[in-house]
Ligand binder design. Structure first.
Ligand SMILES: Nc1ncnc2c1ncn2[C@@H]1O[C@H](COP(=O)(O)OP(=O)(O)O)[C@@H](O)[C@H]1O
Ligand SMILES: Cc1ncc(COP(=O)(O)O)c(C=O)c1O
Ligand SMILES: [Mg+2]
Length: 288
C-alpha cells in the first residue's frame, strides 16, 4: 500500500472563514495528505476585514511543539514543511529552526515558503519586519518559493511590464536558494485583462498557465494559501512539478467557481471538496 505523505503546515488559523491553515488544511487533507497544522496566530477572522480579535503564538512554542513531535519519534515521518502567514519575525526564525530539525530527521523533506507579505492596498496586515525576514532569511532556505507578483517584485526589487520580465525575475530567484518557484498570480503591465495567470520555474524549464478571471464584488482572501498548500500536497503525492501546477490551478479554480456561485466573500472549500480532489476543469501549462 502506498504511504500517505505527512506535511507540517505552519501558518495562520482563523476561527471564522478561510485563510492560512483554515483555507489550506482541509483541501490538502481532501487530496490525501496527512496534515500537521501548527497555527502561527489564532484570529477571529482574516485581517482584510480591517478588524479582528485574537493572538499571535509565542515563537518559542513553535519549536516546543515540534520538539514534542520529535520526542515521540515522529519527526522523521514529516515529508514537507509549508510556511505562510507569520504573526512576528521571531516566528520566522523559529520556523527555520524547525525546518532544520525536520531535515535532520528526514533529509528528503522539502520546505515550501509562501512569503505572505503585508499589503496596504489589499488590506493584508503583516508586520514589516516579517517582510525583512522573508527577503533576507527565508529565501535562501526555501526549496520551493510561492510568491504572488507583489512578493516577487519585493524579492527582486523591480516591477514587470511583460511576461518575459516576470520570467526573468522568477528565474533569478533560482540562483538565490529555491529549486522551484511558483508565482501564484501574475500582474504585469501588458497582461490580458480577462485572464488569471501563473508561472512555474524549475531548473529544467518555465511554464505559464492561464485560467479565467472571475468577477467578485470583493476579492476572496486565502487563495494564495490554498494554492501553495495544494501544490505541495500534489508534489508529495508524486506529481511531477508541471502536473502539480496544473492540478493546483484546476482545484483552486473549482473553489473560486463555487465561491462565486454562492456569492460569498469567504472561500467555499467544503462545498467544492469533491472538485478539489477531482477537478472537472483542466488548464494546460505552456512551456515557454
Ligand atoms: N479565477 C480568479 N478570478 C478572479 N480572482 C481570482 C481568481 N483566482 C484568484 N483570484 C484573486 O486573485 C488574488 C490573488 O491575490 P494575490 O495577492 O495576488 O495572491 P495571494 O492570494 O497569494 O496573496 C486574490 O484577491 C484572489 O481572490
Ligand atoms: C490571517 C491571514 N492569513 C493569511 C492571509 C493570506 O491570504 P492570501 O492567501 O489571500 O494571501 C491573510 C491575508 O490577509 C490573513 O489575514
Ligand atoms: Mg498570499
Amino acid at each position: 500500500m502506498k504511504r500517505t505523505p505527512h506535511l507540517l503546515a505552519i501558518q495562520s488559523h482563523v476561527v471564522f472563514g478561510h485563510a492560512g491553515n483554515s483555507a489550506a488544511v482541509f483541501a490538502m487533507q481532501r487530496t490525501g495528505v496527512n496534515v500537521w497544522p501548527l497555527n502561527t496566530v489564532q484570529f477571529s477572522n482574516h485581517t482584510q476585514y480591517g478588524q479582528w480579535k485574537g493572538e499571535v503564538l509565542p515563537a518559542r512554542q513553535i519549536c516546543e511543539l515540534v520538539d514534542g513531535i520529535a520526542a515521540i519519534g515522529e519527526l522523521g515521518n514529516c515529508d514537507a514543511v509549508v510556511s505562510g502567514y507569520l504573526g512576528s519575525p521571531e516566528q520566522g526564525n523559529a520556523i527555520l529552526q524547525v525546518v532544520a530539525a525536520v531535515k535532520a530527521a528526514n533529509p528528503r523533506a522539502l520546505y515550501l515558503c509562501d512569503p505572505v507579505m503585508g499589503h496596504a492596498e489589499k488590506g493584508c496586515v503583516v508586520a514589516p519586519e516579517v517582510t525583512d525576514f522573508l527577503l533576507t532569511h527565508a529565501l535562501p532556505q526555501a526549496d520551493i518559493l510561492c510568491p504572488n507578483q507583489l512578493e516577487l517584485n519585493s524579492f527582486t526589487g523591480r516591477t514587470a511590464d511583460t511576461l518575459e520580465e516576470c520570467v526573468t525575475m522568477a528565474q533569478a530567484l533560482l540562483t538565490r536558494g529555491p529549486g522551484m518557484v511558483m508565482v501564484k498570480h501574475l500582474a504585469y503591465r501588458e497582461k490580458q485583462p480577462d485572464s488569471f495567470e501563473m508561472l512555474l520555474v524549475t531548473p529544467t524549464g518555465t511554464w505559464h498557465l492561464r485560467r479565467p478571471l472571475l468577477a467578485f464584488p470583493r476579492q476572496p482572501v486565502g487563495v494564495g494559501d490554498l494554492t501553495s498548500g495544494l501544490f505541495m500536497a500534489r508534489l508529495l503525492l508524486g506529481d511531477e512539478p508541471v502536473a502539480a501546477f496544473e492540478f493546483t490551478a484546476a482545484a483552486v479554480h473549482e473553489v473560486m467557481l463555487e465561491t462565486q456561485a454562492c456569492a460569498s466573500y469567504e472561500l467555499q472549500p467544503v462545498r467544492a471538496q469533491d472538485r478539489i480532489a477531482h477537478p472537472r476543469v483542466r488548464f494546460e501549462a505552456t512551456r515557454l
